[in-house]
Design a protein around this ligand. Structure first.
Ligand code: CTP
Ligand code: CA
Length: 237
């Protein structure tokens, strides 16, 4: 639907959306990151605001031009989080008062065990290569699902690179079962697929792995399909 023609079916709902990729510092000048631009998550936040929700957008590293549109929009408050740990603190606090939480952020699975306070230098490193020790980050989505209140809806995203005889749907179903989120939005990514693009293709699964909807289109159209699925799910409960 065109902006302005959006249904106001999220009126009165408090929504938290995370978007973008976390950056895990190695030292003051380097980090481990990922290719998420935050476009899909920001589209989810914009769609929710247009449909009447009160939106808190927690943005990790995102495309600044895309974020600017959300920052200037009534109904959306934007806060920033750099690392997975920071994002975790913010989303846990925000979720306490939220009706719906959408984890669209690409949260780093690992962080650097010992962040160097000064720039690492080759002078003090062994010849031929170094090893970085990584520690697993907390699974924020799993934490939200574990603390979910009655009437609260928790939505996850999964970007997958299917292969080795496993389809996108099979991988998504296993993840849906493992995560326990009310909905899991699965999309395929690859070297030249999914990132920085204006379009996306989503398969939306319920907690049991059942296909609730599939949608190909702009990230905004896909975001609206996700909110349609959230509204339908909340009406059933
Ligand atoms: N997620 C999270 N905390 C993490 C990692 C992921 O909350 N430490 C969330 C993401 O925001 C997303 C969902 O979990 O909504 C699925 O992320 P994904 O990376 O696909 O799942 P993982 O369990 O990390 O599995 P994988 O090994 O495939 O990366
Ligand atoms: Ca992951």
């Amino acid at each position: 639907a065109a902006a302005g023609a959006a249904p106001r079916d999220l009126e009165g709902l408090r929504v938290v959306v995370t978007a973008g990729g976390t950056r895990e510092p190695i030292d003051p000048v380097r980090f481990i990151g990922n290719r998420s631009s935050g476009r899909q998550g920001i589209a989810v936040a914009l769609a929710a605001a247009d449909r009447g929700a009160d939106v808190r957008l927690i943005a990790a590293h995102v495309d600044d031009g895309v974020l600017a549109e959300a920052s200037s929009r009534a109904g959306i408050s934007v806060e920033r989080a750099g690392t997975a740990v920071e994002l975790g603190e913010r989303v846990a606090g925000a979720a306490e008062a939220a009706d719906v939480v959408v984890m669209a952020a690409a949260v780093a699975d690992y962080r650097v065990a010992e962040v160097s306070p000064r720039k690492r230098t080759k002078e003090t490193a062994p010849d031929g290569g170094i090893t970085l020790d990584l520690i697993e980050n907390e699974d924020l989505l799993a934490g939200l699902v574990g603390r979910r209140r009655d009437g609260q809806t928790v939505v996850g995203f999964a970007a997958e690179t299917p292969g080795d005889g496993e389809t996108l749907l099979e991988r998504g179903r296993r993840k849906a079962a493992r995560k326990g989120a009310d909905l899991l939005a699965v999309n395929e990514v690859g070297w030249s697929k999914g990132f920085e693009s204006d379009d996306n293709a989503l398969t939306i699964l319920d907690a049991a792995g059942g296909v609730v909807a599939t949608r190909n289109g702009t990230k905004r159209q896909v975001a609206d399909a996700l909110w349609d699925a959230v509204v339908a799910l909340r009406q059933k409960e």
